[in-house]
Unconditional design. Sequence first.
Length: 661
Amino acid sequence: MNSKQLQRLLIFYSAAGIFTISILIAVISIFPLYKQLRTNEEQNLQSALHTRKLAVEEFLSRAKDVAAQVASRTQAKRELEAYNRSQDNRETAVSNVTRILNDALNQTDDVAGITRLDQNNQLMVQVGIPIPQTLWIFPVQGSQNSKISNPVYLNNQPYLIVTQPILNANQQQIGTDLVLFKKDNLRRIITDTTGLGQTVEVFLGLFQNQKIQLFLASQPETKTSREEIVEALEEAVIPQDSGIVIVKPKPSSNAEVIAFEVLSKTNWKLIITIDNQELYATVNNQLITLGFFTIILSLLGAGGMVLLLRPLAGRVIIETSELEQQLQEKKQTLEELNSTQDQLLLEISDREKTEIALRESEAELKDQKQQLQHTLQELQRTQVQMIQNEKMSSLGQMVAGIAHEINNPISFIHGNVAYADEYIQDLVHVIELYQTYSPHPDPELKEKLEEIELDFIQEDLQKILKSMKVGTERIREIVKSLRIFSRLDEAEIKDIDLHEGLESTLMILQSHLKDQPEHLEIQVIKEYDQNLPHITCYPGQLNQVFMNLISNGIDAIKEAQSDGEILENVGYIQIKTQQIDENWVQISITDNGKGIPEEVQACMFNPFFTTKPIGQGTGLGLSISYQIIVDKHHGKLECDSERGKGTKFTIKIPISLKNYS
């Protein structure tokens, strides 16, 4: 092998090694990010399912409310009690109740028929579409709650039956109402797949006797086989209340992602299916883009290595050739002249010098390799940061848009509630004056007043207006929190109130703090410095830090509760703000969760380091938070934790960033 061949092999194997190492490091780094992105898409699908679940539950709740209102009509209950007491005047009672129930039927478009039974569960009155006796459902003895039936079909049309016990003033059952509801509004909820995708199908099914019966679907003729969907659901869905599974109905078709949730207080399940490729299309495109850039960067690194190695390899080859020539000359000299021992020692010394030179070249190559690896790690870190920033910016824009769209109509409603209250008070006052100065109205007017139950309306109007005020004020607070938290898309420095950012974060995390079946309520202890000055900062990025630290505290408390480590004391998160001197403020976030081991504290701010199972954490939250506080705000982020007692994160940032610009 000549010198040029040796030089080419040295350069080739070195460049190939650098390229291979770069690709392996990139694959190892990207894989957890890819899994997290897939998890995010699945969570978005679960969120869409949960939204529709709430809409279905709201429909069922409204049906119960309508049935309860029908059963609570005072005049109709009086006629029913008279009907139960004696056989006399039953025709009059039936006539009056028929009139009242017809009025209730005409007031609600969703109601198709009402069947009223007496205290012996015998038919008294039927209005609208009659309900066959085979479909009558009686309430449990002593129960005061309404009950919704599974879907039934009358004249080839689907309906729901709400069974509502009728109670007298002593809370004793005097009869039963069977209210027949149309399923048009429920069908509209199921068939509305706006924003979900082209391959999405929504199903409403009945879980009974370890079987699933799909009785309502978003499409009359589905693209997938109903039998195969039902089979997959019975295997994966029945054992649990909610979740996501992936099935492949046919060998020739794409896999389907199935998300499902059980409806509260029913044996119904709401199901969404979507083509696997459509759900993960965005994630796969991002993976292809990352792979393309990774290959380009690796090729550039290998090319740079070739440029660096060519002069070094040439120098090594030249020195090796000169060494071989010298050895040959020395050998020939030894054979011909039988040189002295001193000359031989001199030649050996020259050879050793040529070899400190070879070792120095090898060390130099190792240093260059390490520098390339460090550069690649920095590129990966920057790439992840850019992706995260873009994602949070998009989230901020979306949240701000939603808050704006909600704020306009709710402000209109909230502003008009006060006028409605004022007008209704005036009308009620006029009625009271009329009753005072005309105590003996015309019989027809008196009968109408009894029919509409004026006293009940006057009392209930106050409750309705009060609930409307409370509801609109609650929505306005939520919108305000969303608008504050939507500063995620703000990139410039702004003057803000830190407490607003903390409160908006707590409002968004409110559902995770409430008492739930899997964990107890988590208390929030606020120790805010009321004299805390406004600070100039990057508000969106600072809100991101608050979200990461408070979310980690909630997870630590939930884990401690699951392991039985928080028994006597309630889980809590303490948030304290204070001005520590004229130029700095401090925010501390403390939890009484499991605590962080010392060996984890040493590396918890490193990128991609996480103690959570695969798919539940990316290892970027604390790393990005550290960058935001230290690099962007020139502050400090410190952690003080003790295993079994809890964790305290302390943030120190300057009041004004203008001094650092």
